[in-house]
Design a binder for this molecule. Structure first.
Ligand code: SF4
Ligand code: SF4
Length: 64
């Protein structure tokens, strides 16, 4: 199997777990998360720092 580089990893929100608390939005240092009904990640801004992942109380954010 080909090993994927870190640059290909994407931050993903599991909407089945997310309750819309917005802690990830407040935690993101580059304002890459916005609320558009649900929380949405702007991948043109996201630098994959994982701050949102750590901030989510419901473990609804993954990197893969
Ligand atoms: S990984 Fe970092 S930059 Fe990307 S959305 Fe999460 S907190 Fe923001
Ligand atoms: S911190 Fe987690 S539960 Fe809260 S809005 Fe973000 S993804 Fe959803």
């Amino acid at each position: 199997m080909l090993k994927r580089g870190a640059s290909e990893l994407m931050i993903k929100i599991d909407y089945s777990k997310c309750n819309g608390c917005l802690q990830c939005l407040e935690a993101c240092p580059v304002n890459a998360i916005t609320k558009e009904g649900t929380v949405v990640i702007d991948y043109s801004r996201c630098m994959k720092c994982r701050t949102c992942l750590i901030s989510c109380p419901l473990n609804a954010i993954n990197i893969k």
